[in-house]
Design a protein around this ligand. Structure first.
Ligand SMILES: [Zn+2]
Ligand SMILES: [Zn+2]
Length: 202
């Protein structure tokens, strides 16, 4: 898992300062999670908060760039390069069916006890009613796209509000997301899709 760090050699692009505070907040939470005493917890469970933060931080950058168009491509690239966001995970989110994927481990068959798919990837409609799922790998409580798209498709064209973003994250991971307040930069002329620049992961 990439650690948050600052490059002292290269100056961050303009606009990075708008999100820097939030990234530092993530770094602080990550550190707290790593230093959390493990007694009384299964080893895997003690890793859940770290996976969750890893997911939330990537989601924060992803939403800023692709959904809210609030950061420039330079800032986005800088974040990927410096490990503030997981480019491989984001590449998955762009694929149909993986829009809400919690973490990369949950789609790696060798890592699971459930055959080819982690239990958290199974749509709620395919599970017994009322069953609460909590995946052992990362603590995810369900991240199948079909659990998210059915009710939200009709308004997907409209820009999401901050609250809605947080609610979506809440649904993904069953926990309040980090506060993600940033100033909206005034111009965003550099947000054209550039699929070619995305890391190929297949
Ligand atoms: Zn999941
Ligand atoms: Zn899982």
């Amino acid at each position: 898992m990439p650690k948050i760090r600052h490059s002292r050699t290269k100056k961050p692009p303009e606009g990075f300062e708008d999100i820097e505070e939030t990234l530092q907040e993530f770094a602080r939470k990550m550190k707290d999670a790593e230093n959390e005493p493990h007694e009384g917890k299964r080893r895997v469970e003690s890793l859940w908060p770290i996976f969750r933060l890893h997911h939330q931080r990537s989601r924060y950058i992803y939403d800023l760039y692709y959904k809210r168009e609030a950061i420039s491509k330079d800032v986005y690239d800088y974040c990927l390069k410096h490990g503030y966001a997981d480019g491989n995970l984001i590449a998955k989110w762009k694929k149909p069916g993986f829009e809400r994927l919690c973490c990369l481990r949950c789609i790696q068959p060798k890592d699971t006890n459930f055959g080819t798919t982690c239990i958290c990837r199974v749509p709620k409609s395919k599970l017994e009613e009322g069953r609460i799922v909590e995946c052992v790998l990362c603590g995810c409580r369900g991240c199948s796209s079909t659990d998210f798209t059915s009710s939200k498709k009709e308004k997907s064209k409209q820009p999401r509000t901050e609250n809605e973003d947080q609610r979506l994250q809440l649904e993904t991971y069953g926990e309040q997301s980090a506060q993600t307040q940033i100033r909206q930069p005034s111009s965003n002329g550099e947000n054209e899709e550039d699929e070619n620049n995305q890391k190929k992961v297949e």
